[in-house]
Design a protein around this ligand. Structure first.
Ligand code: CMC
Length: 427
């Protein structure tokens, strides 16, 4: 018999089922709480709320474990590619050789934007943030492919279009922001190489693709590919739950990702490191400021709602930073500052007591800087990487037979009944 939890409220005892996940995570199913008791739960920031059952990604924040479809992130980082991992996340299994071939061809077939979409880029001011452009253009891409607005369309095609075109849109918006001619994708290139080509080639000269650079960016995409119910993925699910289409749901995800407490942290980390570098601080002054709640500063790239241990993605990225800079024969003073900050924070009681460790954003910017990706595009890289996770979460909502619209409740704390007063009676 399944276990139940007993709750005593107003001298009555109610029973609620305990739901246990495949990794032995325990939860209380309170879906009948209000109808049985008249009460709702209050959990601002959703720190204790499981919003869904999901079989995509597992995180054990206490132990620093992250797995996509059961496979540890460390194994995927070492052995897989972004496209193969995207397949795994979206379809729930590693592809065989024919499946990966078909999936890659589908991505290639769908890499071009509708030619008229180029005019949309013209409408943005040159200083527009690429995340604003990305979100608008993903939504616009849905309008140019009216058949994808039908949720019953072959899902594989929709997913491939989104996954493939997000990188074309990202590269076009970068070129546009610099007033440079647009570079079209080349079918001979694989996913990440093609993106770098669209970013950095010129009509008269192709960008020289270095395998280490391509691999480093591919790894960044792979490490960002999913992260269960974070702010942007929850947003995608929220929008999808109203039966909005995949492109609209993903566009909303981009907006949620943009903020500095979420995906925007990678840009904020680099800005922080640059400021520290310019000020001549060895990092200790900044750490003191980050501990002072009145300073308005936080150690960006540190801390996580779920991880109370080292974020496994940060460990992989840190190692890749050292490897890439060595291959490129480059030294980056910002990497030294980052390492000093990490060392200082991890031996400081403030950070130890609160279990604040480097997260995925702490070192990723150093790699992107070494590759030549401009600061304003960092969060766009996160968005490209996160696309498989958003697609898979959209699919879970779409495929669920008993899916309901997401609609949380609130505890109202405003005025009680008040009547309209005419102007002359108002003070
Ligand atoms: N620097 C200084 N203090 C911090 C930091 C930080 N980076 N992060 C958390 N704290 C403190 C916070 O002030 C609070 O202290 P107290 O208990 O004294 O009030 C305590 O640690 C708990 O923090 P919280 O804000 O309640 O934690 P949260 O789970 O609501 O927020 C977070 C998580 C990631 C938003 C937060 O740690 C943060 O702002 N970090 C910096 C921004 C960042 O790196 N974001 C990227 C997150 S990882 C990628 C992603 O998912 O997007």
């Amino acid at each position: 018999m399944s276990k139940v939890a007993k709750l005593e409220l107003d001298s009555k005892v109610y029973e609620f089922p305990i739901v246990v996940g495949s990794e032995d995570e325990h939860s209380l199913d309170i879906s009948t709480l209000r109808s049985k008791t008249g009460y709702i739960t209050l959990d601002e920031g959703y720190g204790n709320t499981g919003s869904c059952l999901s079989n995509i990604t597992f995180i054990d924040g206490e132990k620093g474990i992250l797995r996509y479809r059961g496979i540890p992130i460390e194994e995927l980082a070492e052995k897989s590619t972004f496209v193969e991992t995207a397949y795994l996340i979206i379809y729930g299994k590693l592809p065989n050789s024919q499946e990966i071939k078909d999936f890659s061809s589908l991505l290639t077939k769908n890499e071009m934007l509708h030619e008229d979409m180029k005019f949309h880029f013209e409408g943005f001011p040159t200083h527009a943030h690429p995340m604003a452009i990305l979100s608008s253009m993903i939504n616009a891409a849905g309008c140019f492919l009216p058949e994808v607005l039908n949720p019953d369309e072959v899902f594989l095609t929709q997913a491939a279009r989104l996954l493939s075109q997000v990188r074309t849109i990202a590269a076009f918006s970068y070129r546009k922001s610099l007033g440079l001619p647009i570079i079209y994708p080349k079918p001979i290139y694989k996913y990440t190489a093609n993106f770098l080509h669209m970013m950095f080639s010129e009509p008269y000269e192709d960008y020289e693709l270095q395998p280490e650079v391509v691999n480093a960016l591919d790894l960044i995409f792979l490490l960002h590919a999913d992260h269960e119910q974070n702010c942007s993925t929850s947003t995608v699910r929220m929008v999808a739950s109203s039966q909005a289409n995949l492109f609209a749901s993903a566009a909303a995800g981009v907006c949620a990702l943009w903020g500095p407490l979420h995906g925007g942290a990678n840009q904020a980390v680099l800005e922080m490191l640059e400021d520290i570098h310019k000020s001549g601080d060895n990092g200790s002054r900044f750490i003191e400021a980050a501990k002072d709640k009145t300073s308005g500063k936080r150690l960006m790239g540190f801390g996580h709602r779920i991880y109370k241990n080292y974020d496994p993605r940060a460990r992989i990225i840190k190692k890749k930073c050292d490897e890439l800079l060595a291959v490129l024969k480059r030294k980056d003073p910002l990497l030294d500052i980052a390492k000093r900050l990490e060392e200082g924070a991890l031996s400081d009681p403030y950070f130890i007591d609160r279990k604040l460790y480097p997260n995925v954003d702490f070192y990723s910017g150093i790699i992107m800087r070494a590759i030549g990706i401009p600061l304003s595009m960092y969060t766009v890289m996160f968005a490209i990487g996160r696309m498989p996770g958003w697609i898979a979460n959209f699919k879970e909502i779409h495929d669920a037979k008993d899916s309901r619209i997401y609609r949380p409740r609130q505890v109202y704390t405003g005025r009680t009944l008040t009547h309209y007063t005419p102007f002359r009676e108002r003070v």
